[in-house]
Ligand binder design. Structure first.
Ligand code: SAM
Ligand code: SF4
Ligand code: SF4
Length: 374
């Protein structure tokens, strides 16, 4: 194994690069459809509402970087709920049908249910309700599930990296108990935030022994576990290729215990490959962004907590949408700027990851997962 050198001081005092988007000279109304240089449609918007978190998952916010000296964003830098809602409406007019709130830990953002209520009023271009969801570590879910549902949240994804309590406590690194996450999941289920998906990041040698126990625990519950390959997001998580357990190995291990068969995707651009238990015990998903790049139909864009737009999870530079939102520009102007950014999009990092030169060029500049959201 090679050692990774972490420039700790720089990471604590991060300043991500960004540029102010240009407003095109000729303004046209949105058509509900915008495609990038590879013909990929804009369908999915992820909005990070805070860069803070009460967990220190080893693969996301390692303690030695995200410590008491880490400079999180000041409140004045965050997009307000009104700014987020305005931006969301502009994206929806370009064809976005799915919005996911994320972070950091989104339930730490004060009055998050008010934002959910504002976003839930937005209709898609074809007049349907948005698919409005949220990814959470569930630490506050038991307390907030009902208010979120009442505000119009459609469903929720919960992160849980082990069913074994000791392993989970090691993964979240703040001694948080599995039981409390399960309570959050049960409350969310009981108020109807369904179907619930549980995300497990699999790190070989750390929690991969939990793959089959997680599958076993959630079989026959209606909850879909999605096994995510450990990714080289950000610059702080000591990522090594040999700590990635490829999804085909995840499927093989589960299939040995509970036979599986593949099923078709729900829609083009779905990140998870779907499998179901042959005995009718439900389904699982695998997200293989390392072993099997799915850039070819990536329809996602991401708005950071401070209003920077990133076209890829592995981007090193964002577009400062907040500058436009606070700069006195009209909706039509900002809408055209957004459309142009998407039209110019070329991103395909996961397809290039195998090239050491590409990896090296981005190594220390990639934005952190806790900043941009999953
Ligand atoms: N705090 C919330 C949570 O954990 O669900 C939302 C934000 S978190 C950044 C979103 C998702 O990213 C989580 O499911 C988390 O497990 C995943 N994630 C974070 N770092 C990752 C990494 N290095 N590789 C793969 N997934 C990662
Ligand atoms: Fe927090 Fe989510 Fe990152 Fe874990 S994965 S540290 S819960 S933001
Ligand atoms: Fe999309 Fe970037 Fe991931 Fe490729 S690497 S699937 S472009 S987010």
């Amino acid at each position: 194994m090679t050692d990774t050198v972490i420039p700790i001081f720089d990471l604590r005092d991060h300043r991500y690069r960004s540029m102010t988007p240009a407003i095109p000279a000729r303004l046209t109304p949105p058509t509900g459809l915008v495609t990038d240089t590879r013909g990929r449609m804009l369908h999915d918007l992820r909005i990070s509402v805070t860069d803070r978190c009460n967990f220190r998952c080893v693969y996301c916010m390692p303690k030695e970087v995200f410590d008491k000296d880490y400079t999180f964003l000041p409140h004045s830098a965050l997009l307000s709920f009104e700014e987020i809602e305005r931006a969301a409406r502009l994206f929806v007019a370009h064809g976005v049908e799915k919005i996911r709130l994320t972070g950091g830990e989104p339930l730490l953002r004060k009055n998050i249910e008010r934002l959910v209520e504002m976003l839930a009023r937005i209709e898609t271009v074809s007049g349907k309700p948005l698919d409005l969801t949220l990814t959470t570590n569930a630490s506050l879910l038991a307390r907030k599930a009902r208010a979120l549902r009442d505000a119009g949240l459609t469903r929720v994804s919960v992160s849980l990296d082990a069913i074994d309590d000791a392993t989970f406590r090691r993964m979240n690194d703040v001694d948080f108990a599995v039981r409390d996450v399960l309570d959050g999941i049960e409350t969310a289920q009981s108020v109807g935030l369904a179907p619930i998906k549980v995300n497990m990041v699999v790190k070989r040698g750390t929690n991969d022994a939990e793959v089959v126990p997680m599958a076993r625990h959630f079989r026959n519950t209606g909850i879909i576990v999605r096994f995510i390959e450990f990714m080289d997001v950000g610059a702080s998580n000591h990522w090594q290729m040999d700590e990635v357990l490829p999804s085909n190995e995840v499927v093989r291990r589960i299939d040995d215990a509970f036979p599986l068969e593949m099923i078709t995707a729900n829609y083009t651009g779905e990140t998870a490959e779907r499998w179901r238990y042959r005995d009718g015990g439900g389904e699982i998903g695998v997200i293989s962004s390392v072993s099997h790049a799915f850039c070819g139909d990536c329809s996602r864009t991401r708005l950071s907590t401070e209003g920077k737009l990133y076209q890829c999870l592995f981007a090193t530079e964002g577009y400062d949408l907040r500058a436009l939102l606070r700069g006195g520009h009209s909706d039509l102007e900002i809408s055209n700027a957004i459309a142009q950014i998407w039209r110019d999009r070329t991103d395909n990092y996961s397809e290039q990851r195998g090239d050491p030169a590409v990896r090296l060029a981005r190594a220390e500049q990639k934005i952190e997962m806790s900043y941009i959201g999953g």
